[in-house]
Write a protein that binds this ligand. Structure first.
Ligand code: ZN
Length: 460
């Protein structure tokens, strides 16, 4: 079998072909690099499916309930996609989990597609993969998509939250259920179901939920509490009616803000994952998590500076170094004497703000701020000074331009990697509590370029 291109696969998915849909979900689940292209082709065609999430502790009968809802939808002629999410399962793809035996006849129904997902990895990875899988089913024309999750871990709650309508399933005689709700499901539940309601204690569970709802915060939608016996298909129509009412609610103004919240969260989670993946992929001189951690532990870097460096390095990856240069710090002007040279700038009102002798360069400097930048007058303190040589060769005039960078070592590493001719391979202390290094005019268009990184102020 040949591997389809994203365009071929998109065509198959949009035509509702089961094989294409299954492969699309596999790409989503494995975070296949071709998936973003596939999604870009199918996403515009989606947005019609209704997505319902069901969650609850293992043994609450969610699968039976899901199957019962699916049967009801099938009876109305709707196509149904079921995504069973089980992060603890070693199986994925078409694997049949223990519970799924109750869905047997649905497996052979061409109007139903059942898919298990078991993606592990970074937090949020499962939610992303599930959202992507739902988009594939949506684009393939499935009318209703039921997302079933096990347990109440953070990742599962994230999965759950992407559904339009979230159903929390509880059963009598499971004491921790109420605790589990308190642990984070309360605020996302749109409908409560007490399943196995023919058992002793069902009414007590209903009562406890109602009590909790009275205490808790909720908007205009008050989650109904329903009793079902999924095995006997009792109460399923009532559940479907409640979901219908919730859908109508979502079509109103308050529903719009909830939808927006969900959309924003989805984008955030993709950005977060990307950034984390890029962060973990950093290596070498631009800084890496390990090298920054080492500096932190050695107290040569503070946590915010480490984060800045890594963010700059992440932005820097593969592309132009956006955000690396923050401003023109100063223009360096070589003069025979600071006093004489300074007189002109005094006339302009550009008074000296800072004067300093930089031993390493054998120069005496005078900084005169101009807005965000400065003019730096440079007078040699010794005939060996580069400024003395400059004066001897070319006379007074512009000596260098200084760019402020977030991380001078990272900037040098990047330039060096690109074959740029550097005057200094390593940064050294310059004036004004800066770490600096020079880039040779041969690479910059004829200007001696200084790169400068401001160091944090010394503790007083
Ligand atoms: Zn300078």
């Amino acid at each position: 079998m040949t591997v389809p291109t994203p365009a071929e696969l998109a065509e198959g998915i949009l035509a509702g072909q089961t094989r294409a849909v299954a492969r699309g979900i596999t790409w989503a689940e494995g975070a296949d690099p071709r998936f973003p292209e596939l999604l870009s082709l199918i996403f515009p065609k989606g947005g019609r499916a209704r997505v319902v999430g069901l969650t609850g502790s293992p043994g609450a009968g969610k699968s039976t309930l899901t199957a019962a809802l699916a049967r009801l939808a099938r009876a109305e002629g709707k196509r149904v996609g079921i995504v069973a999410v089980d992060p603890s399962s070693p199986f994925s793809g078409g694997a049949i989990l223990g519970d799924r035996i109750r869905m047997q006849e649905l497996y052979t129904d061409p109007g139903v597609l059942i898919r298990s997902m078991a993606t592990r990895g970074h937090l949020g990875g499962l939610a992303r993969a599930t959202a992507d899988a739902v988009d594939v089913l949506d684009a393939a024309g499935f009318d209703e998509i039921l997302v079933e999750t096990v347990g109440v871990g953070q990742d599962e709650i994230e999965v759950f939250r992407l559904a339009e309508s979230c159903v929390v399933v509880l059963t009598p005689g499971m004491g921790d259920d109420i605790q589990a709700i308190k642990a984070g499901l309360m605020e996302v539940a749109d409908v409560f179901v007490v399943n196995k309601a023919d058992r002793e204690g069902a009414d007590r569970v209903v009562h406890e939920i109602l009590q909790m709802l009275e205490l808790g915060e909720h908007g205009a939608w008050i989650p109904p509490v329903l009793k079902t016996v999924a095995r006997a298909a009792t109460g399923i129509q009532e559940l479907r009616d409640a979901l219908e009412r919730h859908r109508a609610f979502l079509a109103g103004p308050e529903g719009a803000s909830r939808r927006r919240e969900r959309t924003v969260r989805r984008i955030e989670s993709i950005v977060q994952q990307r950034l984390l993946a890029d962060l973990h992929g950093l290596s070498g001189a631009n800084g890496s998590l390990a090298s920054e951690a080492e500096r932190l532990e050695g107290r040569t870097r503070d946590p915010f500076a480490a984060a800045e460096t890594l963010l700059a390095a992440v932005r820097d990856r593969g592309g132009p170094a956006r955000g690396l240069v923050t401003r023109i710090a100063h223009l360096g002007v070589a003069v025979e004497s600071l006093e004489e040279g300074g007189r002109f700038y005094d006339l302009l009102g550009l008074l000296e703000e800072h004067a300093e002798v930089v031993e390493s360069q054998k120069v005496s400097t005078s900084f005169r701020p101009v807005g965000e930048s400065s003019i730096e007058l440079l007078e040699p303190t010794s005939p060996e000074s580069p400024i003395a040589k400059h004066l001897a060769r070319r006379g007074p005039g512009v000596h260098h331009v200084c760019l402020e960078v977030a991380d001078v070592a990272a900037a040098l590493a990047k330039l060096k990697g690109a074959g740029v001719r550097l005057v200094n391979e390593e940064p050294f202390p310059g004036a004004h509590r800066c770490l600096v290094a020079f880039v040779h005019p041969a690479s910059t268009g004829g200007i001696l370029l200084e790169l400068s990184q401001k160091l944090p102020d010394e503790p007083r």
